[in-house]
Structure formats: C-alpha cells, structure tokens
Design a protein around this ligand. Structure first.
Ligand code: UN1
Length: 497
C-alpha cells in the first residue's frame, strides 16, 4: 500500500485544499512508488504563511539556547534513524547507499552544530567614544522565511536551511522539491518530534511552477532561501529585490579540477572519478571540467577511462553499484541532449555516452559515465551545467593557462587543483574565482562548519552553512544598540571633553 504523506501546517498534518496528490517514485525503478504528497495550491501556502506569522512572536522570544536544545534533540533522533533515512534517500533520489547515509550525516552534523549556535549567536561589543555609554551589535531574526530546496541532497540541503533559520528565531514555510518530498517529510517529522512548536516549521508540498514563486513573493514572507537552477534563482532574486525581501540563492556550477604535470596522478584520477560521477554528477559541486596539463594529459585520460569503465550502473541499494540513476526522465533526456551536443561540437567521446536499458536498468534512468576529450573552452559542454555523469577534459599548457580556462566559466562554486608544488597551490588559492578551492582533493565534500556558496552565476546573496559569513548571516540581521548611562545628553562627534 502506498504511504500518503501530508503537509504540516500549524502543527497539523493536512491534505491540500486541491484534494490532489503528487507521486514520488524510485528513479532506479519507477514501478516503486515511495509515497504520495499533497499537490498544494495557493490557499495552502496562505495558511502555512499565516501559521508561520502567528508563531513568530513567541518563537523569536524563546531564548536561543532553548531553541538550540530542540535542535540537539533533533540531531539525536537523526542519529537513531540514520540507516532508515539513508536508505530512503537512496530509494527516492537514487544516489548510492554510502552517499544516502552521507546525506543524512550532513544533516546530523548541521543539527549538532546549529544546536551549539543557540549558545553563541554572538555579536560584538566595542567601546564608545563617549564616557558612560556602551555600544554593541546583536543578531536579530528576520521573520518568516520561505525555504525552497532541490532533490539532489534531499535531507542535507533542507537541513542547511531549516536548522540555522529556526535557531536564529525565524519561522519558516518549507517547500521541498516535488521529486524528493518523502525525505523532506521525514526530516520535518524529526523536528516536530524533537519539540519544534506548532507553526514554527510549516511544510507545503507541491511543484515549483504551482507554488514556488507564489510562496517566495508572498506578502507574509520576509526572506527567501533558494537552492536550485540559476535561471529560477535569478528570476526570484529579481522579483524579491523589488519587494524588499531578503534573498539568497545557491545555484549552478561548472566546477574544474586542474591536474598539473607534477600531480600524483593516481590521486587525481581517484578524485576526478569521485567528483565527476559521484551522485551521478548531480551535485552543484560536481567536477564537470578536468583541466589537465598537456604533459600528463594522455596518461591521465587513459587512467581515468580505465577506472570509469569499472563503475557499475544500477540500483544504489546494491553493494556493487558505483553510479545510480538520473532523477527523472526529463533530466536524463537533458543529459543525453548534452552528449549529442558534445559530439556535434566536435569533442571526442572517450567513454560512455549512452542510456542503458538492459535487464533491471530498463526501469530507471541510467546513463553511462561519459568522458569527452579534446574539449574546447568555447564548447557548450565546457560552459553549461549538465548535472549528470558527463565530464569534459580540456588541455592546458601551464598553470596560468589552466587557471584562465577554469575562470573562463560563468560559474564559480567549487574548484580544485592537484599538484605537489606548494607555490602552485598558493597561486591557485589566490586566483581561482570560486567560493571553494580544494587542494589535492576533488570539488565535492564541503564540511558544514564553513560557509558554502559560490561567486558569479553560482550564488546570489549570503552563503549557507557554518562559520563566519555562513548561514547565520543569511538568517539574521545586525541590530546596533547604544546605551547612554551618563544621565545627560552626549553628542557623538561633537562633544570633545
Ligand atoms: C550540492 O552539490 O548541491 O560539498 C551540495 C558537497 C556536499 C554538498 C553539495 N557537502 O559536495
């Protein structure tokens, strides 16, 4: 029997006013229905926003350490459910089980970390230029946030938004991707069970087309945190900018790995394989360009192709599977379209390139790990985000050339260099235009205690995750407080005694 999941509005699990539902299926086997969720409409969003508004004044005033304690309990519940949720991530999203478990672990890390922030959320105290006066800056919540999340990290990315937003004292309306709604519901269940009061976290399921923009531009919403495509992010940012709403968008990537002539090639191959084909290339941090020094190019691509050939396609729950399915048919067709484009543009197809449908693969959306060589920086496969198991290899003459190619893309999320030369690492660190630079490690695998986000077309507004410049800056505003206890009027800049 199919499980029917619901929206959570004002602490109650409810169906949509539309009476309709959406079906979530396993992308490795579309015969398997993971569950149904409400196909929400504007009226449901209105109710969710009203619930969040109503809960805000009380939640704002609950001491932050108390809010943090609820998050700590959520972390403990997630630890208990890690296996179960990890398997669900694999069944609903398709990534292989170790990655499904990693997805949940990232939420656990974030929950413990943000629980601790409940006892920090620190501002600054600085001296005043006048006697008997003190000055400080404090972080204050912003109000009601709309949180819009993608399907590729169905537990981790929602946790990046839900946990810092609520520990900061905001209330939220959360709209997860309609491709992974069951994972999102299970995460919200955890928060609910951990003791998040009614109305603080509201969950509304539905498609982006039907309710995404409606929610983001809603009069009752003060801020928007969005992760998804650059096209949608730019559009939301334009509209929200005009409505005085806070907005942060985490968007696409075209992340390069530079392999220098002095690199440890074994390490570089292993890293490239993991970053290009892990999560079936469906990460905004996936490596989709390998920029290889001409001296080691031929050897590198031979090693890479030999290693990629061994990756087995299949259901991510099976131990032997190296690469899972694409999320849905549309995404699969988009990726196949790019493979066709690469061929037409004159790149050389070194490996893969086809959909596979033999045996059980017929029930899912599987594409072979695909490597193009002889790629020119101007080709579309070198410039556009593909979001699939397709990597473009480009040749570079030296470090300057490699960095020039890397920075030639319109995106700037993650980047990496493999080299044994300390000076090369320093130059890469200084000159790569990206929010994240990895040295002797691939482009994926950011840790939650540091800010996450990119430059150029990869990110707009504040960054996510922890550390200075991370999500607390997205979900709070600075307020400055001056207190004069001199008992007289003191005039800054004017009184000079
Ligand atoms: C994403 O690619 O959409 O750094 C998020 C990483 C993960 C998060 C990726 N921790 O690859």
């Amino acid at each position: 029997m199919t499980a029917n999941y619901k929206n959570l509005i004002n602490g109650k699990w409810t169906d949509s006013a539309s009476g309709k539902t959406l079906k979530s299926v396993n992308p490795a086997n579309t015969d398997e229905v993971i569950g149904t969720v409400p196909a929400s409409i504007a009226k449901d969003v209105d109710e969710a926003v009203a619930a969040a508004r109503k809960a805000y004044p009380g939640w704002r005033l609950l001491p932050a350490p108390k809010r943090g304690e609820i998050l700590f309990r959520a972390a403990e519940l997630l630890v208990k459910r890690k296996d179960e949720l990890g398997r669900l991530v694999t069944r609903e999203m398709g990534k292989v089980l170790p990655e499904g478990l990693g997805d949940v672990q990232e939420a656990i890390d974030m929950a413990y970390y943000m629980a601790g922030e409940g006892r920090r959320l620190s501002g600054e105290t600085v001296p005043s230029e006048l006697p008997s006066k003190d000055c400080k800056s404090v972080r204050v919540p912003i109000g009601v946030f709309a949180l819009i999340t993608p399907w590729n990290f169905p537990i981790a990315i929602p946790s990046w938004k839900l946990l810092p937003s609520i520990v900061s004292g905001n209330t939220v309306v959360f709209k997860p991707s309609s491709y992974t709604p069951v994972c999102a519901t299970r995460l919200v269940e955890v928060l609910h069970e951990a003791g998040v009061p009614e109305g603080v976290v509201n969950l509304v399921h539905g498609t982006g087309d039907e309710i995404g923009e409606y929610l983001s531009t809603h009069r009752g919403v003060d801020g928007v945190s969005f992760t998804g495509s650059t096209a949608v992010g730019e559009r939301l940012a334009r509209i929200c900018g005009g409505l005085e709403k806070e907005i942060s968008c985490e968007m696409g990537g075209k992340n390069p790995i530079i392999v220098m002539d002095d690199a440890r090639l074994d390490l570089a191959v292993e890293g490239a394989l993991w970053a290009a084909f892990g999560t079936t290339g469906q990460r905004c941090t996936a490596a989709s360009r390998l920029i290889v020094h001409e001296k080691v190019h031929d050897k590198f691509i031979d090693m890479l192709a030999a290693a990629a050939k061994k990756l087995k396609l299949g259901d991510g729950l099976k131990k032997e599977t190296g690469v899972g399915p694409l999320i849905n048919e549309a995404q699969m067709n988009k990726v196949l379209g790019y493979i066709e484009t690469g061929r037409k543009e004159g790149a050389r197809l070194l490996l893969g390139g086809k959909r596979r449908t033999e045996g059980e693969l017929a029930k899912g959306f599987f594409i072979e790990p695909t490597i193009f060589t002889g790629v020119d920086p101007e080709m579309r496969i070198a410039r556009e985000e593909i979001f699939g198991p397709v990597v473009a290899v480009l040749k570079a003459k030296d470090l300057t050339d490699a960095i020039g190619i890397a920075n030639g893309a319109e995106y700037g999320l993650s980047s990496s260099i493999y080299t044994q030369d300390v000076n090369n690492t320093a130059i890469a660190e200084r000159d790569l235009e990206a929010g994240i630079v990895y040295i002797n490690a691939p482009t994926i695998g950011a840790e939650i205690q540091l800010p996450f986000g990119g430059t150029k077309k990869s990110g707009l507004g504040r960054k996510e995750a922890g550390g200075r410049g991370g999500a607390l800056d997205m979900f709070t505003k600075w307020k400055v407080v001056y207190r004069d206890f001199s008992g007289r009027l003191q005039r800054a800049q004017i009184d000079k005694e």
